[in-house]
Ligand binder design. Structure first.
Ligand SMILES: NC(=O)c1ccc[n+]([C@@H]2O[C@H](COP(=O)([O-])OP(=O)(O)OC[C@H]3O[C@@H](n4cnc5c(N)ncnc54)[C@H](OP(=O)(O)O)[C@@H]3O)[C@@H](O)[C@H]2O)c1
Length: 245
């Protein structure tokens, strides 16, 4: 099995890579730091990974074309069975409203660049395999606390949903991952306790299980978020606007 992960240094992606390593998969890992990718590769080799190819890259601004980068991984690895697009940036909603450069950074990281990687990946996979793309429950309804990030994740989900529609019945499956509250560096500083919070390892198992079973196109992580977000989407605006969500 050949698995490529964009944003392999994310806590959830690292746990996903560990699951595939234990299955002996060949891995392609793209992330922001060569040093941390080397450490991750060493960890994955111990866990049973086959070959590992890494690329340290700013995924918001790839050095060459998106297609060339994915094509190189596909060429060196002998094809790609599973591609996971996991990188993302929460950013600061309050800052983004005053500093449009920060807003642009959030939008470019979570939507524009991710959308281009997704389109390039679909072209490079020869109509076979699975692509899992990390959106978020934040994309399901605009909320005062994170609507810049949420709009980017929502846009990415709509793009992926359209691709899933187009590719339905073909050998290439698009799976949109919508995590709820997951304990990772992204949520550091939040009050992370209570039944709505899930660890990165458990989230990774849910994602890999969804890919194994070709679930989707939309997979909430964990699944109970489907029902929470259904309720949140249905709350009428006059009531919703009185909340501080
Ligand atoms: N945690 C949650 O509650 C939650 C909820 C919903 C959705 N998500 C989504 O789940 C995915 C995984 O996030 P996580 O929770 O595992 O968070 P995380 O551990 O903070 O991982 C985010 C990763 O994205 C990388 N990244 C950001 N911009 C990049 C860029 N331009 N180039 C290369 N790498 C870049 C970061 O690199 P650095 O390490 O160098 O910063 C980091 O490794 C993300 O797409 C996130 O938006 C998370």
């Amino acid at each position: 099995m050949k698995v490529v992960i964009l944003g392999a240094l994310s806590a959830m992606a690292t746990e996903i890579a560990r699951i595939y390593a234990a299955r002996g998969a060949d891995l392609g890992l793209l992330g922001s730091s060569a040093e941390r990718l080397a450490d991750l590769s060493a960890d994955l080799r111990v866990r049973g990974a086959g070959s590992i190819k890494t690329l340290a890259v700013d995924l918001s601004a790839p050095p060459t074309s998106h297609e060339a980068v994915i094509g190189e991984f596909a060429g060196d690895m002998g094809g790609i069975d599973i591609l996971i697009l996991a990188y993302g940036k929460l950013g600061d909603q309050t800052l983004a409203c005053g500093d449009l450069q920060h807003a642009a950074d959030i939008l470019t990281t979570n939507f524009t660049s991710a959308a281009l990687w997704l389109l390039a990946a679909a072209k490079s996979m020869n109509g076979k395999g699975s692509i899992a793309v990390f959106s978020s429950v934040a994309g399901d309804r605009g909320r005062r606390s994170n609507y810049v990030y949420g709009s980017a994740k929502g846009g990415l989900a709509v793009l992926a949903q359209g691709m899933a529609h187009e590719l339905a019945g073909t050998g290439l499956k698009i799976i949109i991952i919508k995590p709820g509250f997951i304990i990772t560096p992204m949520t550091e500083g939040m009050r992370r306790s209570g039944p709505l919070w899930t660890g990165a390892r458990r989230a990774a198992r849910i994602v890999v299980n969804a890919i194994d079973r070709k679930r989707g196109p939309i997979v909430y992580v964990p699944g109970f978020w489907r029902w929470i977000m259904l309720i949140i989407r249905m709350i009428p605006a006059p009531i919703f606007h009185r909340t501080r969500l």
